[in-house]
Design a protein around this ligand. Sequence first.
Ligand code: TYD
Length: 205
Amino acid sequence: MSPLFIVIEGLDGSGKSTQIEMLRDRLQSGAAACYLTAEPTELPTGKFLRSILRKEVKADPRTVAALFAADRIEHLFHPQDGLLRKLEEGYHVIASRYYFSSLAYQSEFADPGWVASLNMLAKRTLPADITIFLDLDPEISMQRISARGEEEELFETREKLAHVRESFHLAFKHFGDGENIHIIDASGDPIDISDAIWAVVEESF
Ligand code: TYD
């Protein structure tokens, strides 16, 4: 079986991290090696993005869009930790966020066609085998973010998240041609959500 590249997308607070860990455990119980990764990355481009998200550094929204695209290029092609490298080494790769996040989050502030073109290299080089969108009402998403008790990040307001959710749906429609995208309701029990994700992944074996 060739290694799978699986992307988990969703609003802030949609339970991506929990679901990624549950998916990793299920894949690994079948003796498959998994590599977990995320955007923004831990590479210098991703660290700079985190400081913007924490509002420590100010940047024009178009700079932010370009930085996310640049971080994605690093993520793809990094010689040791890159997505291509890990797949070549035989790992199933599970990524928290990929280019649909840029289309959803950056298109409000920068021309959507330009954001799409910044991300064409990633789409042409390595579209995901499976993209799962954990769909959640922005109200619930905000409640979960507040329950974490952390400082709210740049995109974490109810209005922004409502817009981002709409934009995700539009991005799947307009930028998702030829891709294997599944929208899963993320409001229920984490075990049921994990079962729904597993049903999709199993189909790909
Ligand atoms: P993440 O760490 O996944 O946040 P959370 O765990 O709260 O979902 O992502 C951090 C933020 O980065 C999140 O608000 C979404 C934003 N983001 C973009 O705006 N564009 C992108 O391309 C990516 C990958 C993330």
